[in-house]
Design a protein around this ligand. Sequence first.
Ligand code: SAM
Length: 293
Amino acid sequence: MKSDTTQKDRRAPEEVSLKPGLYLVPTPIGNLRDLTFRALDVLAGADLVVCEDTRVTGKLLKAFGLKKSMRVYNDHATEKDRNAIVKIIEEGESVALVSDAGTPLISDPGYKLVRQIIKEGHEITALPGANALLPALQLSGLPCDAFTFVGFLPARSGPRKAILEKWAGQAGTLICYETGPRLEESLKDIRKVLGDRPMAIARELTKLYEEVRRGRVSTLLETVETDGAPKGEIVLIIGENKGEEIPNDTIEGQLKEALKTLSVRDAAEMVSVATGKPKKAIYMLALKLSGKA
Ligand code: SAM
């Protein structure tokens, strides 16, 4: 058997020789350990890291012991910025494109740059990795076989309803990115345009307070109206209206889920707040479900 010293240290970046070109590198959406080994190799090996914000990416690189040249490419980038990056590649350099979090180009900058690199025939590749939409879909309890990612819903109700109308007849599950402050109004529009569908709200994925609420639109809207909008980053997963049963849509289902990790008292408290139902009745039900009544 080989001794440990002859084995490669899989945690350290492997030295890779990168051809000149553009490398699309996903970064974690909350949990630093979601950076892949290959992403680390490419970040370590690239001549230049192009990012939305050098402070955010600088922190990530520092966490992995990397010190790199960085250049900003964000939503305000112009043709001049793209030409400058293309020129760097033409001069023989390898460029890693990252966004603040998750997969570049997915509701993040990079689309026009990628088109230009393809058009001009330079080397380009995309590394698979962290994003918010797929874990949210997987955790939603809704069908994952066919789905449509609609990106961010518009901030104002008129355009938002127009987009929802556009997707209303779409087969399969819909996925939208959303922010806490807009959630209540968005849920109202979703109910108005799409009906009281089964859905899930996935929040703070991969982070300490990761949470997925599942239910009909109106049940979830009620919890937001009672508790206020959940904090943090949010993905909405909306199912088709096929009258399917929703896992954990009932108070009993929510309590059973909560009792897996919380005490009877804390589980009852959480479900009472989430559903707006009286604490005492929920507590009695939690006692019964945990076999303590
Ligand atoms: N490029 C990213 C990706 O691959 O998912 C998305 C960037 S977009 C600017 C930011 C939005 O993604 C947030 O408003 C939220 O809807 C979603 N998001 C990002 N991180 C998330 C997380 N940890 N939990 C839930 N949603 C998240």
